[in-house]
Design a binder for this molecule. Structure first.
Ligand code: HEC
Length: 258
């Protein structure tokens, strides 16, 4: 390969690496703002607990090890192995699912995807909104639908916590497409949990739970980000100190000149 060819290949690879970011860049409209705080270990711990209890039966985090998660989230080996690991995996194993992928595809019509990189691929706002956008829909095989991922094959696994949301609809305006999708020939305006279908959590508590899971998936997609922010301070302190030394040195050198 000539130098020019290899430069071209390099440019193409770099562009391909950027593609996932740009592919979803247009999907920001209509999403809720996920105010996640990755520096809050309690939020990440709650998110990890919810994920392991409600999601890990179907979704793996194949790039994350239990041991790494324990270190990053300030948990002990015992806490993780007793409370968060339900597959009997070893402490240093990756977070895999016990379910066979073929069974999963038969049951749900689709294999639940690995969510290791979901926090980066879809981004926190998308995940947060998705977890708050399930509604009961008898026309779907699972009995559920989702306004962010229409006809999703995932059921609302958090319904006991959230309650069962039903769509609030409004008539369609001519041929205009409905922003949040259609339900029984009308546009979905909003989703609401009425008193008869309440969950164990209040709406505020459910928002918190959805936010904690989102934060945990955001962390899982880039575990090094937690440490990077810690290093950041050290680097800035070092630079400040070094600038101070350089200033003293400069003063020393210039003393005789003035
Ligand atoms: C019963 C199995 C099951 C459980 C439990 C489950 N999911 Fe899913 N999930 C699925 C399936 C199947 C899909 C694929 C949906 C589709 O594309 O139609 C999916 C898709 C997703 C997606 C979208 C992936 C994408 O980018 O298209 C996210 C995010 C997700 N699940 C998060 C979660 C979270 C968070 C939990 C726990 C609160 C959870 N899931 C629990 C089966 C499950």
């Amino acid at each position: 390969m000539t130098k020019r060819q290899s430069l071209f290949v390099f440019a193409l690879t770099a562009l391909a690496a950027l593609a996932p970011v740009t592919a979803f860049a247009g999907e920001g409209e209509g999403l809720l703002e996920a105010n996640t705080h990755l520096s809050d270990p309690a939020s990440l711990q709650r998110g990890a607990k919810l994920f392991m209890n409600y999601c890990s039966g179907c979704h793996s985090l194949k790039y994350l090890r239990y041991g790494r998660m324990a270190d990053d989230l300030g948990l002990s080996e015992k806490q993780v192995q007793e409370n968060l690991n339900f597959t009997g995996a070893k402490y240093l194993d990756h977070v895999n699912v016990a379910m066979n992928p073929t069974d999963a595809a038969n049951w749900f019509g689709k294999t639940p995807p690995d969510l290791s990189l979901e926090g980066r691929a879809r981004g926190p706002n998308w995940i947060y909104t998705y977890l708050k956008s399930f509604y009961a829909d008898e026309s779907r095989p699972s009995g559920w639908n989702n306004t962010v991922l229409p006809n999703a094959s995932m059921p609302n696994v958090l319904w006991q916590l959230q309650g069962v949301a039903h769509p609030v609809t409004e008539p369609k305006h001519g041929d205009e497409p409905c922003a949040k999708g259609e339900f029984e020939g009308k546009c979905i305006k909003d989703l609401a949990v009425d008193d008869a279908h309440k969950g164990q959590l209040t709406p505020e508590e459910y928002d918190r739970a959805a936010l904690d899971i989102t934060a945990f998936l955001q962390y899982a997609a880039e575990p090094a980000a937690l440490q990077r922010t810690q290093y950041g301070w050290k680097v800035i302190l070092f630079l400040a100190f070094f600038t101070f030394l350089a200033y003293l040195l400069k003063r020393e050198y210039w003393r005789d000149v003035h």
